[in-house]
Design a protein around this ligand. Structure first.
Ligand SMILES: [Cu+2]
Length: 412
């Protein structure tokens, strides 16, 4: 075996960044007595998976440490059972083989053996279930949170709403920020080298203060997604029409990364989760900037825009929300995503297109459906419609839509 393989196996058993002697020591220690191997405390967490990592990511809170130790402890129990059972089996088969003249025993029922093989597994199960139950109960206790944040899964991004506590009212969308040039397209290789946080970076990170209890509420707009930050020991499905919750505290300042962990469609791999943990003062500062930013961005749906203003804004909205399916050239993907270039909807009556944007569309012509975009603002919807009506080969007769028209359609 290569040294790195041995190293990985040891990582897998006891954790990271210990000398081999300590690793073996910890292994023995674990075997002999305890379920808590404090490997995590000795090591700086990276907040993201490492290359060739076999063990779980290092936790940054007590609950995560419990789960980590529990995991190691269970692995050790499994290993001991494995070695003991197969050891006895292979020894017996080898030592008492027929060619040495052994005759098979013919006994039936042995009360002693039957009692032993009922009681021993029972004790093993109790020994595993007790500490596990303690952790599961703690995982579910979302009471007395300092801040409550709602995460909404959408194809293929996350929306965050700060519902309670400092920062209440803040809401934003979080999109993958890795450039297309690093990813490439089918049949079109990437042209740029992959960055350090390839596919684990976003434009708007969720920000929380260090050491505070954060309650997370999860739901989804379209299909099932799942939210996790492994280092925080939190993982929960986000299900349309349901609200689930979970909680974490982050005890170290830093940036922590995760992924959507429920297969949710074509761009499942492209909706990472990034949480930045900052000091309490930095958090207050972030809340203030974010609130100012939101006030500045807040739309005035009665404002009348020029067509050029709408086209410029519409292109941004299109790039952020629509290219994944309809492509930058507006040609879509045959049979899957409708082309907008030359589309009868985009070149037809504007009222109908507003309706498609707000409520979605699902015709038999395409395998998938167009989701509704109610979560975009009136201005964003008006802008993206105006943009599509004047782009590529489209020359719609009604070539401009104002935010007020979207607002009116919304309340219908
Ligand atoms: Cu997803």
């Amino acid at each position: 075996m290569e040294l790195s393989t041995v190293k990985n196996i040891l990582f897998w058993v006891v954790g990271d960044n210990m000398t081999y002697a300590t690793r073996l020591g910890a292994l023995m220690f674990g075997l002999a007595a305890t379920a808590s191997i404090p490997a995590w405390a000795a090591q700086e967490t990276t907040g993201r998976p490492l290359e060739h990592q076999l063990n779980m990511q290092l936790p940054v809170n007590g609950l995560g440490a419990d789960i980590y130790s529990l995991h190691n402890w269970m692995m050790i129990i499994c290993l001991v059972i494995f070695v003991a059972v197969f050891g006895v089996m292979f020894y017996s088969v080898f030592k008492h083989r027929k060619s040495l003249g052994h005759k098979p025993a013919t006994f039936h029922e042995s009360t002693a053996v039957e009692i032993a093989w009922t009681i021993v597994p029972f004790l093993i199960v109790i020994g595993m279930a007790l500490p596990a139950t303690k952790s599961v109960v703690a995982l579910k206790d979302t009471s007395n949170a300092d801040i409550t944040i709602k995460a909404t899964g959408m194809q293929w991004k996350w929306g965050y709403d700060y519902l309670k506590g400092e920062g209440e009212g803040i809401a934003f969308l979080s999109n993958l920020s890795t450039p297309r040039a690093q990813i490439g397209l089918p049949g079109e290789p990437a042209t740029e080298k992959r960055g350090e946080n390839y596919l684990l970076e976003v434009d708007n990170e969720m920000v929380v203060p260090v050491g505070k209890k954060i309650r997370m509420v999860f739901t989804a707009n379209d299909v099932i997604h799942a939210w996790t930050i492994p280092a925080f020991a939190i993982k929960q499905d986000a299900i349309p029409g349901f609200v689930r919750d979970g909680w974490f505290t982050a005890e170290k300042i830093g940036t922590y990364r995760g992924n959507c962990v429920e297969l949710c469609g074509k761009d499942h791999a492209f909706m990472p989760i990034v949480v930045r943990v900052v000091s309490n003062e930095d958090y207050t500062a972030w809340v203030n900037t974010k609130k100012k930013e939101m006030a500045a961005l807040a739309d005035d749906p009665t404002k009348v825009w020029t067509i050029d203003e709408l086209k410029t804004k519409g292109e941004q909205v299109y790039t952020a929300n629509c290219v994944a399916c309809h492509q930058a050239n507006g040609k879509g993907v045959p049979n899957a995503f409708a082309p907008l270039d030359g589309s009868p909807v985009v070149n037809g009556a504007k009222a109908h297109q507003i309706d498609v944007l707000l409520n979605g569309q699902d015709t038999p012509a395409y395998a998938s459906a167009m989701p509704g975009w109610k979560q975009l603002s009136d201005t964003e919807i008006a802008a993206v419609i105006t943009y599509t009506r004047n782009s590529w080969s489209n020359k719609a007769a009604e070539n401009i839509v104002q935010p007020a028209e979207v607002l009116a359609a919304r309340s219908k």
